[in-house]
Design a protein around this ligand. Structure first.
Ligand code: SAM
Length: 418
């Protein structure tokens, strides 16, 4: 389909796909908005113009332009211009917040009449269905090399043998290791010319039959518990590592319980907010079975994360540790499906990145969501980097906050909902 020889790329210019689209009308909601943050970046525009350059160079003898597959569109800056230009798009996003952001922008553009001649949009989980038979895939390069590796393997296995993978990013977020990962799964990996401090890597020639790199598992020694097995799919925060903040939180919890200094008796349910690989949820489920940790007796656990991979990892971690019957896993963005004043105990190790940028507002948003969901008298357990000084925020959003443990790196607090 693409007459351009492997190892080469067609010249890329501004095209109608980007010149005619009102990127400024895209919103970042439900992510934090501010004047200096946009819902698109130069890598989105370069990816779109590069796709158009390939379409222009392609022979159309075999039935026109096949659907574009978009992987990891943050707010719709790839999907919406393609739809508006009449392309059919299949979309896969790991984070539910990104799905909500795209949906909100689709609704706005539809209401404004900008999608009257739009092509069809279909959503899939990031898996074989998404990329089956694909000829053109646009990918916003993820921050995590593990996520990139998982998706490169997926595409190499399931896309068309002629697939063209266009992977774009901002120069400041790109590393040669991304090329190395792609080279494991594609015989031709060509970094394109930079434009506006962004670049698109073109990968072709899928190498099939490589072993699936994920999920992975690892074992960790846990205080008071023995070995804990952790599982991770590629797009899971921290992979199979025991997060140091989480380890500090669990140590304080364990010593509090041993001293009988925690008043958890009577609480029936705990929520692990942003469960990642499931460490906290599984720890709580296991510890509540152990005679030595009576304060946790009879606890059931809900583990929730916006990342599809985190949820799948937590399910696997729960099965590996044989507590799958005590843990319910829910993909949700910032507890949005939890009723107000419905929970007694939330445990949070908050994120501090929104995509590639460090933004403490993503943590504050989860604290505010936790405050909404807690019953009066309910507790939010939180671990955070000591330099972030979240205590005033916790006091303001949740209620009286006491410090349970602190070292130079981490602080653990308990806030009681007023
Ligand atoms: C610092 S990690 C902690 C992971 C895990 N609890 C641990 O202790 O290793 C934060 C987690 O919050 C999740 N997260 C980020 N934003 C979220 C949101 N809006 N709603 C739910 N989860 C979110 C991330 O996907 C990530 O897994």
């Amino acid at each position: 389909m693409y007459p351009v020889p492997r190892g080469q790329t067609p010249p890329v210019h501004r095209t109608a796909l980007t010149a005619g689209f009102d990127f400024a009308a895209l919103s970042r909601w439900p992510y934090p908005e501010s004047p200096e943050l946009q819902a698109h970046d130069a890598a989105d525009l370069l990816l779109l113009d590069t796709a158009q350059a390939w379409w222009d160079a392609a022979s159309r003898d075999d039935g026109g332009v096949p659907p574009a597959i978009v992987l990891e569109d943050r707010h719709g800056a790839l999907t919406l211009p393609l739809l508006s230009a009449g392309h059919a798009v299949r979309i896969g996003q790991d984070a539910l917040g990104q799905e909500r952001s795209l949906d909100a922008n689709v609704a706005t553009f539809r209401d404004s009449g900008a999608l009257e001649d739009a092509g069809p949009l279909s959503r899939h989980g990031i898996g074989p269905d998404l990329v089956a038979g694909a000829r053109l895939i646009l990918l916003q390069l993820p921050r995590s090399l593990d996520a990139l590796e998982q998706w490169a393997h997926l595409i190499a296995e399931h896309a068309h043998a002629d697939v063209l993978l266009l992977a774009g990013g901002r120069d400041k977020h790109m590393t040669p290791r991304q090329n190395t990962v792609l080279e494991r799964y594609f015989s031709s990996v060509v970094p394109g010319r930079g434009r506006s401090k962004s670049r698109v890597i073109t990968a072709r020639g899928p190498r099939r039959g490589r072993p699936a790199p994920f999920p992975r598992t690892a074992e960790h020694q846990m205080p008071g518990l023995g070995l804990l097995a952790l599982a991770a799919h590629g797009a899971t925060f921290g992979g199979t590592n025991l997060d140091p903040g989480t380890a500090f939180l669990l140590r304080s919890l364990e010593s509090g319980l041993q001293r009988g200094g925690l008043e958890w008796a009577g609480r029936k349910r705990a929520v692990d907010v942003g469960c990642g690989n499931g460490t906290i949820a599984v720890y709580l489920a296991l510890a509540s079975q152990q005679a030595g940790l009576d304060g946790l007796g009879g606890l059931s656990v809900v583990a929730t994360d916006q990342s599809a991979d985190a949820c799948a990892s937590t399910r696997l971690t729960a099965s590996l540790n044989e507590v799958q019957d005590r843990i319910e896993v829910l993909r949700d963005d910032a507890l949005s499906t939890f009723p107000d004043a419905s929970e007694d105990l939330l445990v949070l190790n908050p994120p501090f990145h929104a995509g590639n940028t460090v933004d403490t507002r993503v943590a504050v948003r989860l604290m505010a969501a936790s405050a909404r969901v807690l019953r009066p008298g309910g507790e939010l357990w939180c671990v955070w980097n000591s330099h972030l000084m979240y205590r005033p925020e916790l006091e303001r959003l949740v209620g009286p906050t006491r410090q349970l443990a602190r070292d130079r790196t981490f602080t653990v607090t308990v806030s009681t909902r007023r």
